[in-house]
Design a protein around this ligand. Sequence first.
Ligand SMILES: [Fe+2]
Ligand SMILES: [Fe+2]
Length: 174
Amino acid sequence: MVEFEVKDKMAFPDSYEFDSIINDITNHPKFSLLKEELHHGISRYEHSLRVAHMTYRLSNKFHLDYERATRAALLHDFYLNSETEQYSSSKTLVQHPLIALKNAKEHFDLDMKQENMIESHMFPLSKKVPKHIESWVISFADKFVAIHEMARYKASLMMGIYIIFLFNMITIQK
Ligand SMILES: [Fe+2]
Ligand SMILES: [Fe+2]
C-alpha cells in the first residue's frame, strides 16, 4: 500500500486498485524526490497524489480511460525545482508540463494520449490544447486541487512567515 502523509480527507487513496495503478511510480527513486519539493505549501508528491486520486475517481465515475488517466495525472508535475531554476516563475508555469513530460517519458512508458494529458494540464495558460476528455479531467482536477491547497496550506504558511517577520521586527526594534 502507498504510504503518504495526508493532511485532510480530500486525498485518501481508498482502494487497492488505485494503489496498484500508481505503485511503480510512487516507488520510483526520482519520483520520490518530489517529497522534498515545496508546492502550494505542501510537497509536490502529495499534490500529485491528490490530483491522481481525484482523476481516478472522476474518470472511473464517467467510465473513461481511468488507468491511463490516473497515471498521467500522477506524472503531470514530475519535475524538480532545480530543473526550472533558469526560468522566471511565469515562464515556469508554461514550461513545467514539458519538463514533466520529458521526465515521465524517460522513466515510464507513455502513449500519445497520456503525453497530451501531461503537456496540456496548464491550458489555457500554456498553448498545448487538451485533445481528450481525460486531459480535460486532469486539467480540471489540477486546478481544483491547487485552489484547495493554496487556500488551506499556503495561506497558513504565509501567515506563519508573516508572524515570524513581525516578531523579528519587534525584537530588532528593542
Ligand atoms: Fe502543473
Ligand atoms: Fe499540478
